[in-house]
Each structure stands twice: as structure tokens, then as C-alpha cells.
Design a protein. Structure first.
Length: 323
């Protein structure tokens, strides 16, 4: 038997191909992700960081985009914003508007969903298509159409009311009626979303539950509050919170219809001047207080972040990512 030496392999050598393969996989993943990350940084992250920087400066002069003519002043803009009574007036008005709108979205959407879910309704596909049209039409078209409908002199709404012998108001020139008008328009735009979501939830409820309730002698209201609404909660709660976030960010509809007016007192917010419209008017209409608006943007971002965190906590939207 010949004495042959058996080569001893290094313990680290078998790991080298594995390490190289992992490095190649990481490089491949990075090459795929790099364009998306670059766009994310350019479109989302950089504007937030730059806005935060502007909010720390005294860039509040009349000269628009006066590069180099402003200095870092710390938290002055935040102090000015948070001690400004108009900010809290606009914030409260926006919160009230959001709560009213989301409540109406849910009620009207649920009403139409219950109607379309009724087997006695014929042509439900056609009705569903027609009812979703307000949601499909671009916002700016809808806003301009409703602006004409609410026109005090030539609008069809007031012309019909005059034919009936009523004395209609000039809807968009009165603070209260203008607030009601933009609420109606937002309802028109948004109730189809709730209708579709809730209709899907209704169709997922087993019919046997309603049959058992009928046998027990339950009425329509008892079935609604005892079966329908509790079982719709998993789809209704996310829709409510998402709509709340969307309504807090509303801008185009109000700006096209009223530009935040009517203004009843000089220097005070208009009747429909909600948060984003107020910020736009502060930054781009006359005063051009960019530092001040930058501080507002960061505060508003934190408000929406808080609502989003509540949304993820309530709906467990990110639970699957970490499991």
C-alpha cells in the first residue's frame, strides 16, 4: 500500500464560490434597484429635504426665488406659523370639511351599494357603470362644470330655483353656501369609490346569515347594524382613512371653483380656504413667503404621516412585510 498524501482543502475555499455568487446577486439587485432609487431620491426625498432647508431660512421677501439673498434663521418660521391664529382657523375648517365629506362618502356610497346589491334591481351592470362615471372624469373638468352649475346668475341650479319661485343665493360668493358647494362637489367625485368598495364587501357576506336573521324575525335595521356594518368593517375602515387623507390634501377642486374665497375680511382666510389653498395663497399670491410655506409643508407632512401611521396600525397594512 503506497503512502499517498491526501490534500487537505482549506475550510474557507468552499465558501468562496458561495460568497462570489452572493456578491453577484447583490450587484444584480442593486443594478435593478438603482434607477428606481435614483428617481425616488430625486422626486420624493430631495424636495422634502430642500423644503425643510427653506423652512429654516428667512426666504420671505417680495423677490421671487432670490437665490443667495436669504440666511438660515432656525425655527423662526415654525414659531411664526404655530403662533398664527389663521393657521388654526384653516386647520379646524379643513378637519371639519374632511369629517363631513368622509361621513357623506360612506353614507351615500353605502346607500348605492345596498341598492345595487339588491337582486330585484335590473340592469345592475349598467347602473354600476353610470354611477362610477363621476369618479372616472378628471377633477378639473368636474370642478369647472360644477362651478358653472352653481353660478349665481346663469347657473342651472339657480335658474330652476327661480322657476319654482325661490330666491336662491349666490352660492360661491357666500362663505357658508360656498363651503356647502365644495362639499357637494367632493361628494360627487368620491362616493363611487366607497360604493365599489362596499359593494364588494356586501357581495362577500354569506346569504345564509341574512336568511338566519329572517328566521329569527330580525328587521331591516337590525340586519344592517347587526350583520352588514360589522362585516363591512374590514373594507370600510381602510377606505375611510384613505379618503380622510385624500380629503385633507384637496386642492384642485377648491382652487378651480373658489380660489379659497369668498373673502369677507381683508387679511383673513376665505370661506373655502382650506390648508393647501391657504398655503398656496401665502406662498404664491402676493407675499411669496417661501420660508413660511416651507414650514407649513413640513408641519402638514407630519400631520399626514401621523394619519398614515394610524392607518397602518388600524388596518395592519404592513404586517405581511415583517412576517
Amino acid at each position: 500500500m503506497s503512502n499517498q498524501t491526501v490534500p487537505v482543502r482549506s475550510a474557507a475555499r468552499p465558501d468562496r464560490p458561495v460568497g462570489r455568487a452572493a456578491a453577484r446577486q447583490a450587484a444584480t439587485a442593486a443594478s435593478y434597484l438603482a434607477p428606481a432609487l435614483a428617481v425616488l431620491l430625486l422626486i420624493n426625498i430631495f424636495p422634502i429635504l430642500y423644503t425643510f432647508y427653506v423652512s429654516l431660512t428667512n426666504r420671505n421677501g417680495p423677490t421671487r426665488f432670490a437665490e443667495g439673498n436669504y440666511q438660515v434663521t432656525g425655527l423662526q418660521n415654525y414659531v411664526r406659523l404655530l403662533t398664527q391664529p389663521d393657521f388654526y382657523i384653516v386647520l379646524g375648517k379643513t378637519a371639519l370639511y374632511a369629517v363631513i365629506c368622509v361621513f357623506l362618502f360612506f353614507v351615500v356610497g353605502l346607500t348605492f351599494a345596498l341598492i345595487l346589491n339588491n337582486p330585484a334591481i335590473k340592469g345592475r351592470t349598467i347602473w354600476r357603470t353610470l354611477l362610477i362615471l363621476p369618479w372616472a372624469v378628471p377633477y378639473w373638468i368636474t370642478a369647472l362644470i360644477w362651478k358653472f352649475l352653481f353660478h349665481g346668475q346663469y347657473g342651472p341650479i339657480n335658474q330652476i330655483l327661480r322657476m319654482l319661485g325661490a330666491n336662491p343665493p349666490d352660492w360661491l360668493l357666500n362663505g357658508t353656501t360656498a363651503f356647502g358647494a365644495i362639499t357637494v362637489v367632493n361628494l360627487w367625485l368620491s362616493f363611487p369609490f366607497f360604493m365599489l368598495i362596499l359593494l364588494g364587501g356586501l357581495q362577500a357576506i354569506p346569504a345564509e346569515m341574512y336568511e338566519a336573521a329572517d328566521i329569527d324575525g330580525a328587521g331591516w335595521g337590525q340586519k344592517l347594524f347587526g350583520i352588514t356594518l360589522p362585516l363591512l368593517r374590514p373594507v370600510a375602515v381602510p377606505s375611510i382613512i384613505l379618503s380622510l387623507i385624500t380629503t385633507l390634501k384637496i386642492f384642485e377642486t377648491i382652487f378651480l371653483m373658489t380660489r379659497g374665497g369668498p373673502v369677507t375680511r381683508i387679511g383673513r382666510p376665505g370661506g373655502t380656504e382650506l390648508l393647501l389653498v391657504w398655503a398656496y395663497n401665502q406662498g404664491f399670491q402676493g407675499s411669496q413667503r417661501f420660508g413660511h410655506v416651507g414650514a407649513f409643508s413640513i408641519v402638514f407632512f407630519l400631520i399626514l404621516l401621523g394619519v398614515t401611521l394610524i392607518y397602518t396600525r388600524v388596518t395592519h397594512a404592513t404586517r405581511g412585510v415583517y412576517e
